[in-house]
Unconditional design. Structure first.
Lengths: 145, 294
């Protein structure tokens, strides 16, 4: 009996890499999305608030004319450049716009995160659907009409 | 009125709009646009630009909570977002091409519909619907389950996922739901609102999804839908920082407050009262648009 192991080897360890578990991954994805959305909204609200304080302090003490529409078409790429430049110079309006851009980016990041989640689950159908939604969003952001 | 006073008044009105939007379940956007145009005489394009921004903020904030509780269905949401984002592109395209008066009239009609949808009797949550098999829904995996309500629901907010009891559901009438979602997206892009009322119509009435799943998944989709038209609004100059700032912060604050009040308030009577306010805003909007003062 001497050759026998004194104890039976411990219960087989749990497989550290379990196979695809759609349920569990879905839950993890949901929690990730919840965190992302909350963080995005909080961050953008704080940036908008900071920009708002600057904006009012830098006050031009007249109310801008909101009654009449004078839209100017500026491609987003150019807007992005001038917003970043303005925000660095602590221009209140630019900081507000930076916060608004962060806000708009939040749901887009959510689609991206879901796409990654579906890819991990090897859910090709929903990976494709997420990419399609992403493509529509990018089209709306990048193409000037 | 100087810039500081103006911002303050806009912020206060936005808090009230956010509160009203949360308590009626309509969202702040549908309330703030008539307030800005009728009370503050803001051009409707700027009003819907500011509203759209606030819609992204409130819906993303609320979605974070619903997703964590396990009510929103991410697959159904993602699939239907194809329809809503395409619709939003069309809506934002139309906004630039039709007159402010026409936008005002459509907006007024949507307000009237939303008020009606709010008071209409709610789906009975206690009896789960029988699941009908739908090939398309099965292939697209448009099904799921949600935490069953408990006796003490309302007092506990965080334990929804821990009780274990789940109610299963599956979508029906997928093409009809998809079509309605396209319409909801178009309205969202055209009017700068979340158009939650139409989204819930698509999921609750057409696709026969449980009411709680419909409302939370609809809310989950609003941010992405709005983001699709926000890019167009931005590049067209509809989103003015000085106006969007108090509107976004105010509506966000008001709806957070409203969500807290909802947990401990009996809202049915309030809902009818608020619907009357919404009807009046809708009628005023149509009247102003027709008179040409919008």
């Amino acid at each position: 009996m001497s050759g026998a192991e004194p104890f039976p080897s411990a219960a087989p360890e749990r497989d550290p890499h379990p196979g695809p578990d759609p349920e569990g991954n879905d839950r993890a994805m949901e929690l990730g999305i919840a965190h992302l959305l909350r963080a995005g909204v909080t961050l953008s609200a704080l940036v908008v608030l900071a920009g708002g304080v600057l904006y009012l302090l830098q006050g031009r003490h007249v109310t801008p004319d909101y009654r009449h529409f004078h839209g100017v078409t500026t491609p987003l790429a150019r807007t992005l450049g001038s917003v970043l430049r303005g925000a660095r110079a602590r221009d209140g309006a630019s900081v507000i716009e930076l916060g608004l851009l962060l806000l708009i980016a939040t749901p887009i990041a959510r689609v991206l995160l879901a796409a990654v989640g579906f890819l991990r689950e090897r859910d090709r159908l929903y990976f494709g659907i997420s990419l399609l939604v992403m493509a529509i969003l990018l089209y709306s952001l990048l193409f000037d009409r | 009125m100087n810039q500081v006073e103006f911002s303050l008044w806009i912020a206060v009105s936005s808090v009230l709009a956010g509160l009203l939007g949360a308590l009626t379940g309509l969202g702040g956007g549908v309330v703030i646009v008539p307030v800005l145009t009728i009370l503050f005489h803001v051009d409707i394009h700027y009003a819907i630009g500011a509203s759209l921004v606030s819609v992204i903020a409130t819906s993303s904030g609320a979605a974070a909570a619903y997703v964590r509780e396990g009510f929103s269905n991410i697959r159904i949401g993602m699939f239907l977002e194809i329809a809503t984002t395409l619709g939003a592109l069309l809506g934002a395209y139309l906004t630039a091409r039709i007159s402010g008066h026409a936008i005002g009239i459509v907006f007024g009609l949507v307000l009237l519909y939303s008020a009606w949808a709010t008071v209409r009797s709610r789906a009975d949550e206690s009896t789960p619907r029988a699941i009908k098999r739908s090939d398309l829904a099965e292939r697209l995996r448009l099904s799921g389950d949600y935490p069953a309500p408990r006796a003490d629901e309302g007092t506990q907010q965080d334990g929804a996922a821990s009780t274990g009891a789940k109610i299963a559901y599956s979508a029906e009438n997928v093409p009809a739901g998809f079509g309605l979602m396209f319409a909801a997206g178009t309205l969202s892009g055209l009017l700068g609102i979340g158009s939650g009322a139409v989204k819930v119509l698509a999921m609750d009435q057409a696709m026969k999804l449980p009411f709680k799943v419909s409302t939370t998944t609809s809310n989950f989709m609003i941010g992405v839908t709005a983001a699709a038209s926000a890019g167009i609004y931005l590049s067209r100059g509809y989103i003015l920082p000085g106006l969007a700032m108090p509107v976004m912060l105010g509506v966000l604050g008001g709806s957070l407050l409203g969500a807290r009040l909802l947990v401990r308030m009996q809202v049915h009577t309030l809902r009818i009262l608020f619907s009357i306010v919404i009807v009046m805003l809708g009628l005023e909007m149509i009247y102003s648009a027709m008179r040409g003062s919008l």
